[in-house]
Write a protein that binds this ligand. Structure first.
Ligand SMILES: NC(=O)c1ccc[n+]([C@@H]2O[C@H](COP(=O)([O-])OP(=O)(O)OC[C@H]3O[C@@H](n4cnc5c(N)ncnc54)[C@H](OP(=O)(O)O)[C@@H]3O)[C@@H](O)[C@H]2O)c1
Length: 261
């Protein structure tokens, strides 16, 4: 019998992407959203694996709702951009196997081969093996990590990064330069940055704000960011070229190693 998967939040976004991947792997996939005929109870009854792929703000409620409906031999997993809270909640609200999962890319990416997927194994081994096989078969790089390490890294890769993009977009908007002028004077690097700003500001700003707000390490990262901004600003303004050059050289050594400059 084919493996039956139920994706809560599978009508759109990452859930829809995951549904496509699993159908390609010959699984039977059922999806639900808030307005679908099939609802959470139906999926829990019909499926071997339940995937929670709803917006971050609804994730805890959905886990609390679906977790108790699952028997021991099933799998409860999620695709949330955080891992500590969802994994803790999945464990506390179910008896089933539990795996936290975060694909480190968005649903619009045409080919996910080569992309990173973080798995946080939490209870049981059987479904973990199944999940790893599917991602690896599709040539994704699968990494097993703790939820704590995942969230710590996401404070940099996502919270700090998206905050930086939002700050640049806000500053740009304050200059009152028209889009026509921006296009006329843009360099290739600036165009790349504009594309990233457009994605964050127009595609799903709520997701980016949830990612920044929800990470417990965000404040710490923003303190580091502010310090870095103040430091390089003052060096550029007041110091000789030597000092600012030295500061950049030191940071480059930390980032890329001394040989790669
Ligand atoms: N987008 C990304 O780049 C990305 C990447 C990696 C991980 N993630 C994670 O994936 C999860 C989903 O994000 P997304 O960007 O894919 O969101 P999305 O595009 O807004 O899709 C959310 C899905 O959840 C459904 N939904 C919303 N509220 C629901 C509820 N109360 N009950 C049942 N279904 C509900 C929506 O359907 P209806 O509106 O029809 O109800 C839709 O199918 C989040 O945890 C996010 O952190 C996102």
């Amino acid at each position: 019998m084919k493996t039956r998967i139920g994706i809560i939040g599978g009508t759109n976004g990452m859930g829809k992407w995951f549904a496509g991947l699993l159908r390609k792997e010959s699984c039977t996939v059922y999806v639900c959203g808030r307005k679908t005929k099939l609802q959470i109870n139906d999926l829990a009854r019909l499926c071997d694996v339940i995937v929670v792929a709803v917006p971050i703000s609804s994730t805890a409620n959905i886990i609390r709702q679906v977790g108790p409906l699952l028997t021991k031999e099933k799998l409860l997993m999620d695709l949330t951009s955080f891992k500590k809270e969802p994994v803790k909640l999945m464990l506390a609200n179910s008896r089933s196997e539990v795996v936290g999962c975060h694909p480190l890319f968005g649903p619009k990416l045409k080919d996910a081969s080569g992309q990173n997927v973080i798995l946080c194994p939490a209870r049981g081994k059987r479904w973990l093996k199944w999940l790893k096989t599917i991602f690896k078969k599709n040539r994704m790089a699968v990494w097993e990590e703790t939820p704590e390490k995942h969230d710590k890294m996401m404070a940099v890769i996502q919270a700090l990064n998206h905050f930086n993009t939002i700050t640049l977009g806000m500053a740009l908007a304050r200059t009152n330069i028209t889009p026509v002028e921006i296009n006329k004077f843009s360099t290739p690097i600036f165009r790349t940055k504009l594309d990233i700003i457009r994605k964050v500001f127009t595609e799903s700003p709520e997701l980016y704000l949830d990612i920044i707000r929800g990470n417990p390490q965000t404040e710490k990262m923003l303190d580091i960011y502010e310090k870095a901004l103040k430091d390089i600003r003052s060096k550029i303004k007041t110091d000789s070229r030597v000092k600012s050059r030295k500061a950049i050289k030191k940071a480059a050594e930390r980032l890329y190693g001394s040989k790669n400059q």
